[in-house]
Design a protein around this ligand. Sequence first.
Ligand SMILES: *Cc1c(COP(=O)(O)O)cnc(C)c1O
Length: 397
Amino acid sequence: MKLAERVDRIKPSPTFAAAAKANAMRAQGIQVISFAQGEPDFDTPDNIKEAAYKAIREGITKYTPAAGFPDLKDAIIQKFKIDNHLTYDRSQVFASAGAKLIIYNLAQALFQAGDEVIVPAPYWVSYTDIILLMDATPVVIPTSEQQEFKMSVQQLKSALTPRTKAIILNSPCNPTGATYTADELKALAEVLLQKKILIIADDIYEKFVYDGTVFTSIASLGKEIQDQTVVVNGVSKTYSMTGWRIGYAAGSAEIMAAMDKIQTQNVSNPVSFCQKAAVEALAGPQDSVKKMIAEFDRRRKYIVQRLNAMPGITCSLPKGAFYVFPNVTGLFGKKWGEKKVSNSSDVTGFILEEAKVAVVAGSSFGDDKYIRFSYATSMENIGKGMDQIQEALKKLV
Ligand SMILES: *Cc1c(COP(=O)(O)O)cnc(C)c1O
């Protein structure tokens, strides 16, 4: 069968691929510790589950409005008001089956052949492939550890062309944890406003900030910038609801209506009772979030300290999200048996085979010098995983 050309243009999500590999090894009876997938290990809080049970019992099991029930829209509007001091009406918010589908629908609504979309690297694995699926061109701006993985105004300026349609900003960033300050965002916003570049702000890690870091949504910097930004967010990470598939967006009514139209031709609507659970997540008690962040903070410090104690690995302390992104170039050029380690996927291959630990290669995020660990797994797993890597590294000479 001759498949469409677009299939060859993209790769399977590398985080899903790494998790699948770990699962396949487990099926063979090999115990694998996985740091691959970005998914909180906490259970979804009970109040949220109860809201879903209740919805099912009440028969809320049918099609819903494409962009979500009015009460979900209202909960989203309230969330933006309280957390980000942003005001939207119902025509300016939109729900979908996860933030990934929000970004996909948004890309369908906005991008086509000839459009350039700026993506600062290291970036979340799906941005570039979603852009490619729309026949548009991702323009990657590489950032370095020295600049805390944050794009400078100068870098942004030099990447702009008459074809630049949008930029995808992800702060706190998956995989680096880089979190832009309000001043840094202001400086970028000035350029983007002047050039009328649409901003897609993926704020999904907004609650995951540490060491007194303050989260700012670029949309909250003023009316003009709000009008030029689509904020993307979701309940997956904040409320440990990855399997429920509820994400949401806020932005101009025109763009939301376009996404609505597209959604009626793909998923139709986000799952009915999951929407009710999302209302409870957004509008209900928030104490579970605080507990989770405190635990993540503890793990973050521990894993960074363990990684820095390993020969050939250096790891900076990220300010946000729940990943660490250690530099592994110190391992390049080393050998293990007949095999030589010369890039990030060689390192992840070595770690999987010899330490039975699954991690994701930095090349998937646009920087081959690093590997990514999600520390959204138990302290026990982190401890064991670090012990196993430390032991395995003795085999690299
Ligand atoms: C996890 C993640 C998403 C997608 O989350 P959903 O589960 O689809 O809501 C989007 N952006 C980033 C940066 C992520 O890490």
